[in-house]
Design a protein around this ligand. Sequence first.
Ligand SMILES: Nc1ncnc2c1ncn2[C@@H]1O[C@H](COP(=O)(O)OP(=O)(O)OP(=O)(O)O)[C@@H](O)[C@H]1O
Length: 286
Amino acid sequence: MIMLENIRHPMGELTLEIGKLRIPPGLTLLVGANGAGKTTLLELLATLQLPRRGEILYRQRSAAEDLPLLRSQIGYVPAEIELYEEMKVYRLLAYLAELKGVYHRERIDALLSDFRLIPYRNHKIKLLSLGIRRRIALAQALLAAPYFLFLDEPLNAMDTAERKMAISYLSRYAGGRTVIAAVHEMNEWDEAADHVIWLNRGKIGFEGGTRRWNDELPLEVWEGLITREQFENCSQRNMIHFREMAEGIYVRLIGGNRPFPGLTLAEPTLEDAYFVRQYGRDSVVR
Ligand SMILES: Nc1ncnc2c1ncn2[C@@H]1O[C@H](COP(=O)(O)OP(=O)(O)OP(=O)(O)O)[C@@H](O)[C@H]1O
């Protein structure tokens, strides 16, 4: 369990303000619009920045009690990764493991295998694609099997198969540990995520389990076919998704009451629920 108490931390024009937040073990998705404060929160959690005010407790211990010990239990992957370009993959992982004091050949081999990096073990980093570098960044964060793992847009640049693989790995890894991932695409995490934290302009807009995230929505999600004319009269702000079809336009949108006669209530996805919370309030077809 991670506990945040009375955090106030300036970030440009906004301030990250968190009164009380409990983050249980499991896999938590951290979501919010660009600039909402996700990276700032992850950097605070990863002890890369110290909160200007307030305190973060990790399993009831503050960072001040034993920072080196805490850091040895934290893995962090920033959104912009920088790896030693001239090094070969295995050498890089071995070097980082030595720095952390956790060098075990078997552990590195297992991570290379888990992240399908074996074909690249003797390749120089600078010759590898962004998606492969991302997998290396994940693997290096896992070298010491950290209890706390903080990931900033971890799937960026990965292809579909690699995203699925990484999600399933992280979901298993999060059993009994705390993994927090800032993401923009939520639905692909549907089976894996346990909790959601939604940051809205530096403040917590929601925190809780994924079921509550989907169930406790102030508005509803509707889907079905509408005519082109109805589509043109419909505010784009409440449109989650649309697809042109021969018979009309298939839409998925936010609504208070049934916005158009042919539409039916849809089961909200994680991303629908985000859309409703982030954009729903002022833009509804009633
Ligand atoms: N170095 C900086 N100097 C000044 N302001 C900053 C700096 N870094 C971030 N900010 C501001 O802090 C706020 C939060 O930024 P942060 O990167 O934490 O958001 P984010 O939710 O991670 O965004 P994104 O989804 O775009 O990655 C933004 O308003 C941003 O403009």
